[in-house]
Design a binder for this molecule. Structure first.
Ligand SMILES: [Zn+2]
Length: 275
């Protein structure tokens, strides 16, 4: 199955695998972390490694949230014509039409999160409003490292379907943005009711749950990203939130647990995934 449904309170979360599972080199993703750290991590819990400590399991999931009146998509994945783009086929298999989606939230500016905004220059989800937090919108517009604003966001503005909202806006009843900056300057995660958080690349591999100070090479502001990560992990552990994270296999659905005195990622969907 390329998707997984789970209920939390009055909400249904549907996590769709948007890119195939693959391996990524630990040294490539975490250039500043000494490799002996990964050996230790691998010995403690090898679940999210490949054949050895040099390989990390990686994927991408996109979440839909069904509320009473809305069907909200959080991010749009890679461009739909890119090889390995699975969002539209996953939606189809879940029995959801692009026409059913009433709201799209854009968490941050990366191509794997906004790349699916459009098809042939038109909004992919024709009946939806698209919402983005003001800080991320303004940062994206002038970001010299990501000059894709004109490709992926400006056409939404021109079509009159983009809402630039406050960084803590309630987008639909029960779903609120939470500013979680660092990976990108204005990235927002999404709180769903009282018991669930959809994170915006606050971390990229489950090993960071025990090591929030580990930052990936692509974090725009490493110190800010580490601080945000520590805060989110501590809060999620305290509240026992269901978390949905984009780049972890098993649909990125889990909670913060503890193993041998350290915080760990605990999947709630082990073994149910596509290749
Ligand atoms: Zn991402």
């Amino acid at each position: 199955m390329p998707f997984h449904r789970i209920s939390v309170g009055d909400f249904e979360i549907i996590a769709i695998q948007a890119q195939p599972n693959r391996m990524i080199q630990a040294a490539q993703l975490f250039p500043t972390v000494d490799h002996s750290e990964f050996d230790r991590e691998f010995d403690r819990d090898s679940t999210y490694f490949g054949k050895d400590s040099t390989e990390l399991r990686f994927t991408q999931n996109i979440c839909l949230v069904r509320t009473g009146a809305h069907l909200v998509l959080v991010d749009t994945g890679v461009p739909h014509d890119r090889e390995g783009a699975l969002l539209l086929s996953g939606l189809n298999e879940a029995g959801i039409s692009v026409n059913d989606i009433t709201m799209v939230i854009l968490t941050h500016r990366d191509m794997d999160h906004v790349g699916g905004n459009l098809v042939d220059g038109k909004p992919t989800f024709p009946n939806a409003r698209y919402a983005i937090g003001r800080s991320e919108y303004e940062g994206y517009k002038v970001d010299p490292d990501r000059d894709t604003f004109g490709t992926f966001v400006a056409p939404l503005e021109a079509a009159g379907v983009l809402d630039i909202v406050s960084d803590d806006a309630e987008i639909v009843p029960g779903m609120r943005l939470w500013l979680t900056p660092g990976h990108r300057s204005g990235a927002t995660s999404v709180l769903v009711g009282e018991g669930c958080l959809l994170t915006a690349d606050v971390w990229h591999h489950p090993a960071q749950v025990g090591h929030p100070e580990w930052h990936i090479g692509f974090d725009s502001d490493a110190d800010l990203a580490s601080g945000t990560r520590a805060k989110v992990i501590a809060m999620a552990a305290e509240k026992n939130w269901l978390l949905a994270v984009p780049h972890t296999p098993e649909f990125g659905l889990g909670r913060i647990g503890e193993l041998k005195g350290e915080r760990v990622w605990v999947s709630v969907v082990v073994g149910d995934r596509v290749g």
